[in-house]
Write a protein that binds this ligand. Structure first.
Ligand code: ZN
Length: 297
């Protein structure tokens, strides 16, 4: 397999925080109407020309699978763990036993796995837990042995109990999450917690039962947010009423998206969007009944 350079976000600085993107993969996935419930047929036309660079020539949504590396006040925090390597994902042939440049991106950002002090998991879907472990001689071992790993208690409880009911999760809980838990490295946080100076946990439940994000509010105003899967693709900003086929509670997912987009538009908050390709940090700009994404690349 040949690993080619992928489009990715350039390093960003917001206040005292430095953010790098660590990319696993980027490429065309589904058509908008295949992922989004009740999407109008002309959703791309309604959104406008700004959305074209985020779609392939045949109209499919280009998505990234990646992590964010935060440096703040001496802390090194990893947000989410993408798809990983060597994963057993027969339901997703493009990821099954795959390889990636993710660790090289970590090195290019000047860090090694042992330098990370906190791994923050917004939710436990399989495209966010991959790099929690590596397959070493047939045994899944924690990638970040010196880090405190955290997610929300409802998220951990739901997926620990129910993962086998969802074929798309494949073996991600036993292979990626369970070894970290068994090593005593996994704990929980709750909305309202401050995990680093000015960096607060926020409730984004809806897409996944206990999904959480981070807001950087050093002075009370949200300067930046790591908003997990609040949106999967920029086109959802033009149609915030459309949940995805993967949303656990579609109504709740729509409500939290509307509330957060209004808040971020009002405050000029920089959103770091996990699945947006390329320059994935940007602002929320009102447009018609919804919004558009304005990259700060
Ligand atoms: Zn995701």
């Amino acid at each position: 397999m040949v690993l080619v350079p992928l489009p990715r976000m350039t390093t960003k600085t917001v206040g005292a925080m430095r953010v790098d993107a660590l990319v696993d993969s980027v490429g065309p996935t589904r058509l908008p109407e295949e992922l989004l419930r009740d999407a109008p047929d002309d959703i791309a036309e309604r959104a406008g020309d700004w959305v074209r660079p985020y779609l392939s020539d045949d109209g499919r949504m280009i998505l990234a699978y990646q992590s964010f590396l935060i440096r703040l006040d001496g802390r090194v925090i990893l947000v989410d763990c993408a798809v990983g390597e060597d994963g057993n994902f027969p339901a997703r042939p493009d990821w099954h036993l795959g390889k990636s440049n993710w660790l090289n991106h970590l090195g290019l950002a000047g860090m090694r796995p042992q330098d990370i002090d906190t791994v923050f998991l917004t939710h436990l879907h399989m495209d966010h837990t991959g790099w929690l472990t590596r397959n070493v001689g047939g045994v899944w071992q924690p990638t970040f042995p010196d880090a405190r790993h955290v997610t929300s208690a409802p998220e951990l409880a739901f997926w620990t109990e129910r993962h086998s009911d969802f074929p798309y999760m494949s073996t991600s809980i036993p292979d990626c999450v369970a070894p970290v838990q068994k090593a005593g490295l996994l704990g929980t946080v709750a909305p309202g917690d401050e995990i680093a100076p000015g960096l607060h946990v926020v409730d984004l439940a809806g897409h996944s039962p206990g999904m959480i994000g981070l807001e950087y509010r050093p002075n009370g105003v949200p300067l930046a947010t790591f908003n997990a899967d609040l949106m999967h693709h920029p086109i959802q900003m033009a149609a915030p009423q459309c949940a995805t086929i993967f949303c656990a509670d579609p109504d709740k997912a729509v409500a939290v998206r509307r509330r957060k987009l209004a808040d971020y538009a009002a405050h000029g908050t920089v959103m770091f969007c996990n699945h947006f390709p390329g320059e994935c940090a940007g602002l929320v700009v009102p447009q018609g009944d919804g919004y558009r994404f304005q990259s700060v690349g």
